[in-house]
Design a protein around this ligand. Structure first.
Ligand code: C2O
Ligand code: CU
Ligand code: CU
Length: 478
């Protein structure tokens, strides 16, 4: 009898240790089951927020980094008792964080263990076209790729995702997306919250639908692409994050295929945006609601010092909560938000060699860019290396019903917004951007400099629009 008990305890302990090990080895923390009938956002917190792990640099030198990244099929339990087939990088869903420094040269050993071709595009990185990871660099099932590039841009929150012809949208929907955090001397000197996983947390927000058997339901025939029933953050449904009453830096990524998000705190408190897609703004911008369209990122700081331990507040898009902050404990905070975050030299309009117009038309699968659909064998624009151009992007209002607008993105560069509908852009759009939302009927003028040579895409970041042909390609000639 006694022996049996001891064996039982040993077996139990082994199981617990194995389970703990398993969870620390996965790129994401445990996703607790939650019971929800399909169609409504769960109202009870499912578990604590999974935080993507920082990928280990396999190179000991401080000037270079080497990473190993694998796209692989996976399985997740998002809904109680149901398994969802997924795709992830180095894990089942989403991927690890590449934390890099300006000036560092990065070598990626990429392996495709999926049963289909993929590619890895570094969204927001200013790098040569040959390593951009667009549709011209597909990696066959079982294949490998080893791009090498140098980080040559300010501290920022960038991301990577597939960009292969015909399956970008479904692969992203299945879970393929990861983050790149660039640091530089300026970002580290400011005293901002920058302790990753402690007071510096990424939030990759997406929406997904499920079939009753737990598989993802990918519906791309809606007006504006694939919109899901459930909001997910870092691959979890309605998680909570325990925070001390201190300043928390949140790196928001709209990783949705098609949905726009309007981030706000349920109690209406304000927060501060410190960075846009391509880096820190010059000055912090206080706001109560932050709009991000697919592909866009923003870094914000929420100061929880105004809350008492034991309080909680929901983080939402519009009226829909997708996670809860639970304030806990007491703390002193040594971080700060300086009045000047960075200095951004405006691109000079006197240097402009060409002004181009881009017209985004249509909705659903009936979309076009300047009246035509993407053709991989056609180069739409030629640019000389180092040239500065003005691009005028319009989203036409031509049908009875149309898309609400298009997030316009250019590869391999960061741009500045000159005007939105003829007016100075809002304060939080005055920093570096690589994706800009152009609402129906709107015109956005941007100025862009092409610092690297090669073939690049520009497109609507509603992935279903991109797949349906709302994409062009430009070649930057040396
Ligand atoms: Cu997020 Cu063509 O990119
Ligand atoms: Cu991109
Ligand atoms: Cu679009």
């Amino acid at each position: 009898m006694k022996q049996k008990t001891i064996i039982g305890v040993v077996v139990l302990a082994a199981i617990v240790i194995l389970a703990l090990l398993w969870n620390t080895l996965r790129p994401f923390g445990p996703v607790s089951p939650d019971t929800t009938p399909s169609g409504t956002q769960p109202t009870t917190a499912a578990g604590s927020l999974p935080i993507p792990t920082v990928l280990e640099d396999l190179d000991s030198s401080s000037e270079t980094a080497r990473y190993s990244l694998t796209a692989q099929p996976g399985r997740m339990v998002f809904l109680a008792g149901k398994t969802t087939p997924t795709m992830g990088y180095n894990g089942s869903y989403l991927g690890p964080v590449l934390k890099v420094r300006r000036g560092e040269t990065i070598r990626i050993g990429f392996r495709n263990e999926l049963a289909e071709a993929t590619s890895v595009h570094w969204h927001g990185l200013e790098i040569p076209g040959t390593v951009d990871g667009g549709p011209h660099q597909p990696i066959a099932a079982g294949g490998t790729w080893e791009p090498v590039f140098t980080i040559d841009q300010p501290a920022s929150t960038l991301w990577f995702h597939p960009h292969v012809m015909g399956t970008t949208a479904t692969q992203v929907y299945a879970g393929l997306a990861g983050l790149i955090l660039v640091e530089d001397d300026n970002s580290r000197s400011l005293g901002l919250p920058d302790d990753y996983g402690v007071n510096d947390i990424p939030l990759i927000v997406q929406d997904r639908s499920f079939n009753t058997n737990g598989t993802f339901r990918y519906e791309d025939n809606m007006m504006d692409g694939a919109i899901g029933d459930y909001l997910m953050v870092n691959g979890a449904l309605n998680p909570y994050l325990e925070v001390q009453p201190i300043r928390m830096r949140l790196r928001l990524v709209n990783g949705a295929n098609a949905s726009n998000y309007r981030f706000n705190l349920a109690d209406g408190r304000s927060f501060v945006q410190i960075a846009s897609d391509g880096g820190l703004l010059e000055e912090p911008v206080e706001m109560k609601e932050l709009f991000l369209s697919p592909g866009e990122r923003a870094e914000i700081i929420i100061d929880f010092s105004g809350y008492q331990s034991g309080q909680s507040v929901d983080f939402r898009t519009g009226q829909d909560g997708f996670m809860t902050f639970r304030i806990k404990g007491e703390a002193t905070d040594s971080t700060r938000i300086p009045e000047i975050l960075s200095s951004i030299e405006p691109l000079n309009e006197a240097d402009v060699t060409a002004t181009k117009t881009i017209r985004l038309d249509g909705m659903g699968h009936m979309v076009s860019l300047n009246g035509r659909q993407f053709d991989m064998d056609r180069i739409d624009d030629d640019v000389k290396l180092g040239d500065t151009e003005i691009w005028e992007i319009t989203a036409s209002r031509q049908m009875m019903m149309g898309s609400s607008g298009h997030p316009f993105h250019i590869h391999g560069t960061q741009f500045q917004i000159l005007s939105r509908n003829g007016r100075t852009p809002p304060a939080n759009e005055r920093g570096w951007k690589d994706t800009v939302f152009v609402g129906t009927g709107e015109t956005v003028r941007l100025i862009v400099r092409f610092r690297f040579a090669g073939l690049y895409m520009y497109h609507c970041h509603i992935l279903e629009h991109e797949e349906a042909g709302m994409m062009g390609q430009l070649e930057v000639h040396p």
